[in-house]
Design a binder for this molecule. Structure first.
Ligand SMILES: [Zn+2]
Length: 271
């Protein structure tokens, strides 16, 4: 998977029969207490059992918006996507454990995806069960959904079984999602320039997805590729599985790329 989890662990913890039974009972209670929401349009099949129907409906609109945006920028989704919206952190964690062996999630983690499935913690649960995310900020929620959907598309296009394991090109994976989701424009536009000014810019691409400026730095690198090489070249990188392949496609070495990116950020930076 290519979630945005700093604290991921791949250790699968087996549920005991007892805990599985209590999870089933809990799920039954949630289902009987709230309306089930399921919808399918084109690429998506959305499951949002136990989630407030207004919240589920808004998320569905965010998914449609995301698909249109991503389709226009990077091309269409080759395969269908199952979207599971979970009403509680406990349900979200149980699903991630079941699908990817992630036993526990940090409070800021509200979404994760592989190439078939997108798991989201319902924004209705964010005030009590998440941190660093404001469910009332509609643009933030929408961009977050789009970010995860970019990971799904990337996973579908990439020959690797799991783009989340291609840590060498983590800067490209996360930069692509930050740029194509609109998060770069919204929250991180000036962060790359700030990193350069404060001496925090990376000297190696492998370090670009690290530290407090990572969204702005990695996102601006992908924006730079789009600007300097064009959309067709950028789209062709979706199948790359190594840094060597990315740089080879662009016809540049790592030092040259970083030098040109820094010059581009300095001239493109507002003010
Ligand atoms: Zn991400």
């Amino acid at each position: 998977m290519a979630g945005c989890a700093k604290d991921e662990t791949r250790t699968r913890i087996k549920q005991s029969t007892v805990s599985r039974q209590s999870a089933l009972i809990a799920a039954a209670i949630i289902l009987s207490a709230a309306a089930a929401y399921a919808a399918q349009t084109g690429t998506f099949r959305v499951h949002a059992d136990g989630v407030n129907s207004a919240v589920a409906s808004r998320l569905h609109a965010d998914l449609v918006w995301s698909e249109q945006r991503i389709d226009g920028m990077l091309g269409d989704f080759p395969d269908p996507v199952v979207v599971r919206v979970h009403p509680t952190r406990a349900a979200f964690d149980a699903a991630l454990d079941r699908d990817w062996g992630i036993a526990e999630t940090a409070c800021w983690m509200v979404g994760a995806a592989d190439d078939r499935t997108l798991h989201l913690l319902s924004p209705g649960a964010w005030p009590d069960q998440a941190c660093e995310h404001d469910p009332a900020d509609r643009d933030h929620v929408r961009a977050l959904v789009a970010h995860e959907m970019v990971h799904v598309l990337h996973g579908q296009r990439n020959p690797s079984d799991d783009i989340g394991r291609l840590t060498e090109i983590g800067w490209f994976t996360e930069g692509l999602a930050t740029w194509a989701s609109g998060q770069l424009d919204r929250r991180h536009a000036s962060r790359a320039a700030e990193a350069l000014r404060t001496g925090a810019a990376p000297d190696r691409l492998a370090d670009a997805w690290a530290g407090p400026y990572r969204y702005g730095v990695a996102g601006s690198m992908v924006a730079f590729i789009d600007d300097a090489w064009g959309r067709r070249a950028l789209r062709s990188l979706l199948t790359a599985t190594s840094q060597e392949e990315i740089l080879g496609t662009l016809g540049i070495d790592e030092a040259g790329f970083l030098e040109r990116w820094k010059a581009w950020v300095r001239t493109a930076a507002p003010g």
